[in-house]
Design a protein around this ligand. Sequence first.
Ligand SMILES: Nc1ncnc2c1ncn2[C@@H]1O[C@H](COP(=O)(O)OP(=O)(O)O)[C@@H](O)[C@H]1O
Ligand code: SF4
Ligand SMILES: [Mg+2]
Length: 339
Amino acid sequence: MTIETSAVPASAQAVPLLRVRDLRVTLPSAMGVAAVPVVDGVSFVVHRGETLAIVGESGAGKSITAAAVMQLLPDGARVTGSIDFNGRELTQLDERALQSVRGREIGLVFQDPSTALNPMYSAGWHVTEAVTLARALKGKAAKEAAHAVLLQVGFPSARFHAYPHELSGGMRQRAMLAIALAGEPQLLIADEPTTALDVIASGRIRALLAELRHQRGLSLWVISHDLPMVAELADRVVVMYAGEVVEHGPAHRVLRAPAHPYTRDLLECLPPMGGHSTRDHRHRLPVIPPADSVPSEGCRYAPRCRDALALCHAEHPTLRPTADGEARCILVPATGDAQ
Ligand SMILES: Nc1ncnc2c1ncn2[C@@H]1O[C@H](COP(=O)(O)OP(=O)(O)O)[C@@H](O)[C@H]1O
Ligand code: SF4
Ligand SMILES: [Mg+2]
């Protein structure tokens, strides 16, 4: 399958907005604290004005990474590492300061609409509430601001009073975008914004995200396994597998010439576009195996990797430099001239 990638290169002068360093998240399990972190030493940067995509199949730790950045993890979660947003260390902020960051500086579109939309209230009510909280507007001013945000995301005014169940998937997603944008944040995190949508609605949301980025100068962090969407929107891509970053680099290179076997296999799993493909789709990677079947030694991908060598089962690979990023694989020459 040919993937058309965004033509926008990451700027060499890029200024970091969000910098996550060595993030580790361990969640409580039924038997106390789980032994294996679900996010394990993850580092990445979102620059001002760019679109970063984090990709990987279900269970890779993508949503938990976003929840950790927003400090919205389940009770009992243990977090280490650094989350620097605009020069402030989010892990050191108290709840009051965090509430001001959430919505006003970072907007999050949740993966699950039921987390963000209460079925008892209309779309307009949700956005008005978000505007009230984030911008301290009240009454008529808040309602007008809510209408304005909804207009920006293409949500028709006539549906202001519609309840979530009365909306199509695409309109629900627009309402969620409006909630996330109500506080005029600098960074928008969109977790699987198109996964639940049909092809047409998904295309419209993609176009809307691209437009919002250019019109508002938004920095965008998209989490998805919709690789065609990632190719269209992203400047850079981070690939996660079993809680770790296994590859990162410019979108146009990672999606055309992946350096890591997992990225390659992920791309081969894409369904054929237009019903025609010469690719072999036997190597399907639907969901990461449960944590207890991810090996504790060696490369985490080794049990599924077609290129695995004996050494892969013994040695945990570190990220090695490629010409324009990094990849966690012993087959990548340590010199960095893999491309
Ligand atoms: N609330 C939770 N409690 C316990 N484990 C969780 C919870 N949410 C996610 N997990 C586990 O954390 C891992 C990463 O999940 P997640 O970040 O949601 O993956 P992704 O978004 O990449 O599909 C998975 O193994 C998942 O089962
Ligand atoms: S280190 Fe070995 S098992 Fe892991 S991705 Fe590379 S070749 Fe495959
Ligand atoms: Mg997720």
